[in-house]
Design a protein around this ligand. Sequence first.
Ligand SMILES: C[S@@+](CC[C@H](N)C(=O)[O-])C[C@H]1O[C@@H](n2cnc3c(N)ncnc32)[C@H](O)[C@@H]1O
Length: 273
Amino acid sequence: MAEKAKEPKNDRALRFYSDVLGLERLHYGIWNAEDELTLENLKAAQERYENYLIENIPEGANRILDVGCGTGVLCQELLKRGYKVDGLSPDKNQREHFEKNIQTTFHFCRFEDFVPQTEYDCIIMSESCQYIPLERVFDVAGKALRSGGHLMICDYFVKDGATGVLAKSGHNYTLFKQTAETSGLAIVKHRDITKETAKTLEIAKLWAEKILLGADILSEKVRYKHARTWKFLCWLFRKKINRINQDRDLIDAKKFIEAKTYEFFLFRKENPS
Ligand SMILES: C[S@@+](CC[C@H](N)C(=O)[O-])C[C@H]1O[C@@H](n2cnc3c(N)ncnc32)[C@H](O)[C@@H]1O
């Protein structure tokens, strides 16, 4: 198989979690309602989410493809539990990290270009479905799954009518369900986990506010003593400042819940009749 990959456009919220918060896992996690907003609880939420995915791998499944495997944490856990796992990602840094740390096959390509050499029992897309063109998600998965195999998708989707920066990442939910219906894969399990994931945005906002407060304190002297220079700097960086203000919506839990829905789906590839 010719494997070439384009760099994915990772969204900025994701970069905030990995680069600023230093998280190895690149998904939101499942929070308990009573959890305080701490980094430890965020890590626990991410582990809870990962365990939820693993618990939902159908019995008897052995050969698994982790699509958009990120840093490979889930692959590693699955290997530990005795599954045969392949990772797939078009990101060259993830490839480097994966090949250095994990002893299993890594497919360096976009899922939409993937040409499967084997049939999988289960394909997992954990927060990666949103990066794959909708029409290719089910088409390629259908080819890569054995008859009776399962496709697990856990991701956020954009609700009808949503606008602004939050509407820019994620598939439209209505379109996703329509595409799924005609795909030849049937839904066997479905759960809405929007509320359980949204606390990750609350903690991101808390951290961002702390960072902005720090910047505010540091710039105080310049703002008062060199007011004209400050005004000039604000004008010079006006586009960036606008962008930062827009990006704040990306980490607003209330706006996230209004604009998006975060869903777990397990599909089964039907036997041909
Ligand atoms: C939000 S991260 C999720 C990582 C991991 N699955 C997790 O749950 O922590 C999105 C992943 O999708 C990958 N990705 C982006 N575009 C893709 C594509 N077209 N096909 C497959 N994976 C893609 C990214 O490289 C990254 O690994």
